[in-house]
Design a protein around this ligand. Structure first.
Ligand code: MN
Length: 228
């Protein structure tokens, strides 16, 4: 046995819906600006941009509808409701045609964003990490197996305090789920346990302490968290 000099990190994991099994999380990749209307609201041209990525640490997960603490060093915490893909079979240079065979399942997730820190990073040409990859920045609902889910269509919606704030359809993804998997697998070798957050539709906005966020992707499930 390896003699580690500090305790090795706990395994981050997402529950599997309706079971007591867990999906161990290796990495969390996120796609930027993948719905045209959201790209426009962020001041970008949605037509000409190839997909681009950032990441969150695996231990940024918030699961089982747990509360999300309002993060430090920000006055502008934004919600981004997203479909999340869980990779079950690894691979590099995956073709679009074979991409969905690498998917274990799907869940609903929130790419919580310190927008003020992200905007400052954009202005200064610095990395987005501290705007995106902070503690508790990735609330996730339970995973459902890929069989029976069509990631090409279905309503995606987020309510804050019962009021719909984001609503769209997976058919409006600029880069589809198979295209994202294929493209990302040319940049890094995907491995079992990787999660991919596929981007948010329009309607992102700030939340405050006490707000209750309830997201849903048709055919996949829900994600819920309270900001505390
Ligand atoms: Mn996002």
């Amino acid at each position: 046995m390896t003699d580690y000099v500090v305790a090795p990190p706990a395994i981050s994991a997402v529950p599997i819906k309706g079971t007591d099994k867990m999906f161990p999380v290796r990495r969390i990749f996120c796609v930027g600006r993948n719905y045209a209307e959201h790209a426009i609201e962020m001041g970008s041209d949605p037509t000409r941009e190839p997909p681009f990525y950032f990441a969150k640490p695996a231990d940024a997960l918030v699961i089982n509808d747990a509360d999300m603490p309002y993060p430090s060093m920000s006055k502008s915490l934004h919600h981004e409701m997203e479909l999340v893909v869980a990779i079950g079979t690894g691979g590099s240079d995956i073709s679009v045609a074979h991409a969905l065979k690498h998917v274990w399942g799907y869940c609903s997730g929130l790419d919580m964003t310190r927008r003020d820190i992200q905007n400052e990073a954009k202005k200064t040409g610095r990395p987005w990490d501290m705007g995106k990859g902070f503690d508790h920045s990735a609330p996730m609902g339970a995973l459902v197996p890929a069989a029976g889910v069509d990631p090409g269509k279905g309503k995606i919606e987020l309510k804050v305090n019962g009021k719909v704030v984001q609503t769209s359809d997976l058919s409006k993804l600029i880069w589809s789920v198979p295209e994202v998997i294929s493209n990302l697998s040319h940049l890094v070798r995907l491995e079992p346990g990787d999660l991919i957050m596929t981007g948010t539709p329009e309607g992102v906005a700030a939340v405050v302490k006490g707000d209750v966020l309830e997201g849903f992707v048709e055919g996949v499930g829900t994600v819920k968290t309270k900001i505390v």
